[in-house]
Ligand binder design. Structure first.
Ligand SMILES: Nc1ncnc2c1ncn2[C@@H]1O[C@H](COP(=O)(O)OP(=O)(O)O)[C@@H](O)[C@H]1O
Ligand SMILES: [Mg+2]
Length: 239
């Protein structure tokens, strides 16, 4: 089986400004890969370019053996790629469950499938089941992030892209989210590619790590391998 995602020499930017300078990656099916790097490195731009929200200038994005470099986001969603963007764009005045059901209907799911997916996401995030009738806007930040992830899952992606899911939430909830991602990988075979600032936590769940600086992947490998690199440890972990 081919790798689920292959990225070759991807370049993109905004207007005249180039942000990605030839990013390449090979994401193994059923793995959790983490993209680390300082602010402004181009991590969000990479996620948006992979998803087709930002248009590639050059290079290739191959999803499941198919060239999707120039496919628009809704086509990618239909093929099985979904992005949970930075920040959480929920419908605050709708309930938790309404947000979830909308996540499915946007992608044209059938009713039975919607019920199955609700069961899956509620078992991943039990707090969402408890609060299913509560308005999304009244959830804590961490619960809203769980809801954003759960809503993305309603589209039944095989590749889930996440941009800083633990940003601005309590460490305990961040850990719950990472555990849910592991569960998704292990029990549902979902491949996860996430951008993370919380390097220590990310290294605990990652199967593979990419370090981005100034629009390029400057280092990559399994966590143990990356951790053996002294310049990496000093820059990202402070020892
Ligand atoms: N919509 C945009 N328009 C113009 N420049 C942008 C836009 N989004 C990001 N940038 C610029 O692109 C560079 C990379 O940003 P970004 O991809 O958000 O990095 P990261 O997510 O790693 O912090 C930065 O210099 C940023 O200012
Ligand atoms: Mg970012």
């Amino acid at each position: 089986m081919p790798r689920i995602l292959v990225v070759r020499d991807l370049e993109s930017g905004y207007g005249e400004m180039r942000v990605l300078w030839g990013v390449s990656m090979e994401v193994e099916r059923g793995s959790i890969s983490v993209v680390l790097g300082p602010n402004g490195a181009g991590k969000t731009t990479l996620m948006k370019t992979l998803m087709g929200i930002v248009r590639p200038w050059r290079g290739r994005v191959i999803f499941d053996g198919r060239d999707v470099t120039y496919a628009p986001p809704h086509v990618k969603v239909r093929l099985g790629m979904t992005l949970v963007p930075e920040g959480r764009r929920l419908f605050p005045d709708l309930t938790v469950e309404e947000n979830l059901v909308l996540g499915a209907y946007v992608h044209g799911c059938r009713l039975e499938k919607v019920r199955d997916m609700l069961d899956v996401v509620y078992s991943l995030f039990p707090v969402l089941r408890e609060r299913r009738r509560q308005k999304a806007g009244t959830l804590s930040g961490g619960q809203q992030q769980m809801l954003a992830i759960a809503r993305a899952l309603m589209a039944r992606p095989r590749l889930l892209l996440l941009d800083e899911p633990s940003q601005g939430i309590a460490p305990k909830l961040a850990m719950d989210i990472f555990m849910a991602l592991k569960e998704l990988r292990d029990s549902h075979g979902v491949t996860v590619l996430l951008v993370e600032q919380n390097v220590a936590a990310a290294l605990k769940v990652a199967d593979y790590v990419y370090v981005m600086e100034m629009g390029r992947v400057v280092k990559s490998g399994e966590p143990g391998q990356v951790l053996r690199d002294e310049s990496f440890r000093r820059a990202y972990l402070g020892f």
